[in-house]
Design a protein around this ligand. Structure first.
Ligand code: SAM
Length: 222
């Protein structure tokens, strides 16, 4: 198994020939605290669509922890899809679907409906325009009342919450000028334009946030 450091977002070792599994120490560190935080936003039953599942370690952990829900991992990178498949094959979880290729930068997502959409550490390693496509894609896929949950480092109203987040933002922009921490005010703006409203903003360890949007319930006409 190779390991990946998401501060660099590059595998440290080439995948070994025996396994396509990749491991992210960051995902192993934060999965417990993320599970604790998302718990209150998950329904009693339904489908969770994970965007940018990466190694697949989060989704395997969440599918075991929240076994009453069906989990659909996705990513756009074939090596990540292979890793998700390898981790999932080892776990054999009945509520974990095979990963599907989904590029969240595309305007139209060929994905099933979802009650919850989860995106961990995605928006800062994608162009700014992806904030808009994720909001509109999520709005199309979510059922009324469904939740879109982001976890990661963010800015708020043009301000970094910590010096280390400012440094991380500079590091990301040096690596790729299109990357960088996104501002929650911009997320709110893109969300509101497609019928999503922010319902929670929670401080998380290591200068991260959980940001939760909800799709407006469609009120039936009488
Ligand atoms: C920093 S990693 C986070 C992975 C995982 N969510 C985690 O926290 O361990 C970013 C992931 O986003 C995926 N990604 C980047 N741009 C994407 C896009 N446009 N569509 C889908 N996935 C994307 C990458 O392939 C990578 O797996």
């Amino acid at each position: 198994m190779s390991t990946i450091d998401y501060a660099e977002d590059e595998p440290k070792n080439p995948p070994d020939s025996g396994s396509q599994k990749i491991s992210a120490p960051a995902a192993l560190r934060n999965r417990e605290v993320i599970a604790g935080a998302i718990d209150e936003f998950l329904p009693k039953q339904g489908n969770v669509l994970e965007l940018a599942s990466g190694t697949g370690e989060h989704v395997c952990f969440f599918a075991q922890r929240f076994a009453h829900l069906k989990w659909q991992p996705t990513d756009m990178d074939p090596s990540r899809l292979a890793s998700i498949e390898s981790h999932a094959a080892a776990e054999q979880l009945p509520n974990l679907a095979a990963p599907i290729s989904l590029n969240v930068a595309e305007d139209v997502w060929h994905s099933r409906d979802a009650d919850v959409i989860l995106a961990i550490n995605l928006l800062h390693v994608a162009p700014k325009s992806v904030t808009r496509t994720v909001m509109s894609g999520a709005s199309n896929v979510l059922h009324g009342g469904g939740a879109l949950i982001f976890y990661g480092p963010f800015m708020l109203n043009g301000t970094f919450s910590t010096e280390s987040n400012r440094q991380f933002d500079s590091y990301l922009r040096e690596k790729n000028p299109e990357w960088g921490l996104r501002d929650i005010a911009d997320l709110d703006h893109a969300a509101n334009a497609v019928g999503l409203a922010r319902v929670a903003l929670i401080d998380m360890p290591a200068n991260n946030n959980l940001v939760v949007y909800q799709k407006r319930d469609v009120t039936p006409l009488d």
